[in-house]
Design a protein around this ligand. Structure first.
Ligand code: TYM
Length: 334
């Protein structure tokens, strides 16, 4: 607990352009939960270098992502919005927790398998131990809740296992976190292949709506979305393309799937796709305008970066000192 509130931690990688999946699966829930919890939202730039990055582009994207968190409606005076790399406790805890995580556990991670297949020329140790760094992010702040999309569930389970293992040896050191998965939007699929999740790293840009896509591009991508030849707007697994568009529509309008099916009964796919495009534009346009406004305010964003890194370091150090004592590192002489 911090200030009598439970703690929330979440993060996103500054790799590639954020998609509507990132927004509906995670960021939107962050905003809903932000009043109820003491929140830490990190731009996880240390995770990003598990895949080769152009340093200048990474730096730029990290700042753009931090700005986007604020533009999306997270008040940086109340929520701790910061760069992971500015808080050395992440790396320090990660080293310790590496020693409490089994190779077999990491070998089972599907994201590692996927990413190592995709980057066969660079299967580095960081890619393998990536989930331990993620566990450290969460445990460093004693988070009670972690809002994520479904694709991160396996990492969350591992985090819980590591926390419980550590606690069973050393007593109650870590809060064991719960995942928070939103009711809608937890797995937005590609518009071009609705059996695959919408992803920043998809090679086909038509599969993803990027948060900074202009309205024409959004409309065009929606109109091109892959559906089927059933010619009926129903929410069922046999029609994955239509189902995904209904999910997107629901998440953007807060309507239920039943309501959407009723609203579009008897209408064609063309009309429905146009309506989906329009609700996406109505959600993303204000966000894009706010990003553009904030990007000009360098002094303000810099002050947020500085102040929130200090706040994050304060809480991170508290946990880290406790953990270091527990494992037997000598006390510092002050
Ligand atoms: P990342 O950067 O891939 O994604 C950020 C968040 O977006 C969610 N997400 C989706 N949700 C619904 N549909 C989709 N198509 C979709 N694609 C992505 C993800 O589930 C995630 O919540 N390892 C994490 C970052 C991370 C983290 C953490 C998250 C590092 N440390 C600690 C939570 C807590 C990742 O790569 O997310």
């Amino acid at each position: 607990m911090i200030n009598d509130k439970k703690v929330l931690f979440s993060g996103m990688q500054a790799t590639g352009n954020l998609t509507l999946g990132n927004y509906l699966g995670a960021l939107k829930n962050w905003i809903t939960l932000s009043d109820e919890y003491e929140c830490f939202y990190s731009v996880v730039d240390m995770h990003s270098i598990t895949v080769r990055q152009d340093p200048q582009i990474l730096r730029k994207r990290a700042r753009a992502l931090l700005t986007l968190y604020i533009a999306a409606g997270l008040d940086p005076e109340k929520n701790c919005i910061y760069y992971q790399s500015h808080v050395s406790g992440h790396a320090e805890l990660s080293w310790i927790l590496n020693c409490y995580t089994y190779m077999g556990e990491l070998n089972r991670m599907t994201q590692f398998k996927d990413k190592s297949a995709k980057h066969a020329d660079n299967i580095n140790a960081g890619l393998f131990t990536y989930p331990v760094l993620m566990a450290s992010d969460i445990l460093l702040f004693q988070a009670d809740v972690v809002p994520v999309g479904i694709d991160q569930m396996q990492h969350l389970e591992l985090t819980r296992d590591i926390a419980q293992r550590f606690n069973s040896i050393y007593g109650d050191v870590f809060t064991v976190p719960e995942a928070y998965i939103g009711k809608v939007g937890a797995k937005i699929m590609s518009l071009q292949d609705p059996t695959k999740k919408m992803s920043k790293s998809d090679e086909n840009p038509n599969g993803s709506i990027y948060l900074l896509d202009d309205p024409d591009t959004i409309m065009r991508k929606c109109k091109r979305a892959v559906t089927d030849s059933e010619a009926q707007i129903l929410y069922r697994d046999e029609q994955p393309g239509v189902k995904n568009l209904i999910d997107i529509y629901c998440a953007c309008t807060n309507k239920t799937a039943d309501e959407v099916v009723r609203e579009f009964a008897g209408k064609g796919y063309g009309d429905f796709k146009t309506a989906v495009g329009e609700v996406i534009v109505s959600v993303l346009k204000p966000l894009q305008d706010e990003v553009a406004r904030l990007e000009k305010d360098k002094v303000y964003i810099d002050s947020i970066i500085k102040n929130n890194a200090e706040k994050a370091n304060y809480y991170a150090t508290k946990t880290l000192c406790k953990v270091q004592r527990k494992v037997g590192f000598p006390d510092r002489i002050r």
